[in-house]
Design a protein. Structure first.
Length: 295
């Protein structure tokens, strides 16, 4: 048996008697700790203490060390955490003073904005006066206001001429599209897109002539092909003019007709169905005979 004294007291090893504070006793590879002063009787034959008080094993020592480390880490963490800020509660007097300060600040800011707006207005008026002054000086150098007036009249005249020429151009397009030119030999009038028409019967109905966006009721016959056979016909057909509900030849060709009138239309492919074959062959010329029943 071996015995070590932590207090470095001068006590002989293996002897029985009082021990002070902690004693560590090694008995056959087993560590026994005696924390209080006890009397230990050692058997010389077995090398085992007869009696001891508060003995701890290695497992208990490890648990104590672990608990002490956890407690130390927790205490360190508590110290490192920031303390909550202390909110100072303002008194009524302090609140009143703060309101007065904010009111003065807003008043000063409003006055500064007004001053800036007034300065901008003065700058704008000064620029206008300078511009008028330069204009008067320029007019004086050109011989008075008459030169400027003459130039303005000339510009106005040019603009009117351009506007008139544009109107004439639009009128020519309208005439070519809806009025067209009449061949006195055949009696057919050629409109836009190569459409030709001839009035067989001039209508005398009480209603106004057919025009854009008007709902009309017509009867028609369609002839085409080599033998001029009837491909389609209807005794009553309704459509609204200029809305794209029918082919372009109809939207253009019925304008100006009256109730009871009959008109013969010669429709080229670009005013009809294009290259489609509706019975007279691909891209065939179509012959319509249209009678206006009501408009």
């Amino acid at each position: 048996m071996s015995c070590r004294n932590r207090e470095d007291q001068d006590n002989s090893m293996g002897a029985a008697g009082p021990r002070k504070k902690q004693k560590v006793v090694d008995i056959g590879g087993r560590i026994i700790i005696v924390e209080k002063a006890v009397d230990v009787d050692v058997d010389d034959n077995d090398n085992v203490p007869a009696t001891y008080n508060n003995v701890k094993s290695k497992k208990e020592l490890r648990k104590e060390k672990k608990a002490s480390r956890v407690a130390a880490a927790k205490s360190k963490k508590d110290v490192s955490e920031p303390q909550p800020m202390k909110v100072k509660v303002a008194t009524k007097e302090e609140e009143k003073m703060e309101k007065i300060r904010l009111r003065k600040l807003r008043r000063n800011q409003f006055r500064m904005e007004q001053a800036m707006e007034a300065e901008k207005e003065r700058t704008r008026e000064r620029k206008i006066r300078q511009k008028k002054k330069r204009q008067r000086e320029l007019n004086g150098a050109n011989g008075g206001t008459g030169a400027i007036t003459g130039k303005q009249d000339q510009t106005r005249t040019v603009a009117q001429k351009e506007k008139k020429s544009q109107q004439e151009h639009d009128l020519d397009i309208f005439n070519n599209l809806f009025t067209g030119s009449t061949d006195e030999t055949t009696g057919y009038t050629t409109l836009g897109l190569g459409l030709k028409y001839k009035d067989i019967v001039v209508g005398t109905g009480p209603s106004e002539p057919v025009k854009e966006r008007m709902l009309v009721t017509v009867s028609y016959k369609l002839r085409a092909g080599k033998f001029n056979a009837i491909l389609d016909s209807s005794k009553k057909f309704n459509f609204r003019v200029g809305k794209g509900e029918v082919i372009k030849a109809w939207d253009i060709g019925v304008i100006g007709m009256r109730q009871g009138g009959t008109r013969h239309l010669i429709v080229p492919p670009k005013a009809g169905y294009g290259s489609r074959d509706i019975g007279g062959g691909p891209g065939a010329i179509l012959f319509f005979e249209i009678t206006v029943l009501s408009c």
